[in-house]
Design a protein around this ligand. Sequence first.
Ligand SMILES: Nc1nc2c(ncn2[C@@H]2O[C@H](COP(=O)(O)OP(=O)(O)OP(=O)(O)O)[C@@H](O)[C@H]2O)c(=O)[nH]1
Ligand SMILES: [Mg+2]
Length: 432
Amino acid sequence: MKSESTSIQKALIVYVEFKDSSIDGEYNEFYQLVKSTELEVVDTITTTRLHAEPRFFVGKGKVAEIKEVAGKLSTDVVIFNCCLSPAQERNLEKFLNIRVIDRIGLILDIFAQRALSYEGKLQVELAQLQHLKTRLIRGWTHLERQKGGIGLRGPGETQLESDRRLIGNRIKTIEQRLQKVRKQRHQSRRQRKKKDIPVISFVGYTNAGKSTLFNYLTNANVRTADQLFATLDPTLRRLKINTANEVILTDTVGFIRDLPHELIESFKATLDEVSEADLLIHVIDVDQEQRQQRIDDVNQVVDMIGASNVAQIEVYNKIDKYTEQKRRIEISEDDTKTRIWLSSRTGEGVNLLLETIIRYLGKFRKSRYINLPLSAGQLRAKLFDIGAVKQENVDGASGWFMEVELEEFKLHKLCKEANLDISNIAVERCPP
Ligand SMILES: Nc1nc2c(ncn2[C@@H]2O[C@H](COP(=O)(O)OP(=O)(O)OP(=O)(O)O)[C@@H](O)[C@H]2O)c(=O)[nH]1
Ligand SMILES: [Mg+2]
């Protein structure tokens, strides 16, 4: 679905602040959201409220002021920082005679502009249609009023019904296509799991520096920008940390406070990469004044997509911007939380992250018994080399019985190199 905003030039921001719930830096973030589109911000009108007015969200006097300013500045669209009900949006548009969008509409628009891949485009279109479905009545009511009124079941009503049906059909088609995409992703993940390569997924607030860190680590060329939602599509890359440790890193879409639920719902195929990862690297912009708020916002989305039980390493990024911030690592006493301060731009402290990943991967170590044939002398030597052998019994004819402790994916890899199938060498226990 093509974004309407491509033809829109001038935007007037209406910034509504609630007396009891203002979040530091919220205006800056909203301004940045608007600037992330191709709109030109002509002015901002701010207002403070205790609660929303049912009709226009803001008071009558404010709407009159908005109309006057919008008229003077030849505004094409009025953007509210809050979440308007379909009725409020309709009332405002009728009164102002200008297109009105709220924060959700704006975020959907940005996603529509950024979507490049087939999967990304389908997901955004689905979210847009879900959003539109609840608002459909608005457009047609307008139209009928302009035509001079309708009866109870006039042509507008029929049109509306058929439009709803069309949207419903399109939603079904997209959902079927996305189901296929999800299946394919699921299939590739199963393949990866078979190879036992751990998957590490980046999560974080939009613009925290996920893609910059991803590029630094993997030499990839994912687009990075001082812009919200620069990344929409997931990118996967293998990373060889050292000779013994290989992982798959995935960079994906960033989160934001109150990410529209339509987007979370429709981005399932993409977000499965996060919920099915073995480890999450939560990238945090160290210089945000509302840092803790943003960490909580991200964790809320992580929770919503069913990834809250995946282990997380916190990365405080962009330390190069502050002389007082030094590369460092903090591990909680119970070893459940690790924080690393680093810079993805200069690479300072990135080695601490790699060490932590290796340490974490160690948690996948598993003890098991194997029976190596005499022909697998090289594999046996390697197992000794990496310190994986806990005990060994030699049985002349049957080869070596060993108890080894190492990461599953590493054992699989070593066996593959030795042309052995792990299921053929696994035994219940070593003979006494
Ligand atoms: N100074 C400094 N800037 C950084 C660092 N890491 C990232 N940036 C900048 O921060 C901005 C956002 O970086 P991205 O890597 O695109 O952020 P992201 O988290 O992938 O953002 P989205 O994909 O939009 O969610 C870019 O302008 C980067 O150059 C860093 O360590 N230091
Ligand atoms: Mg990115």
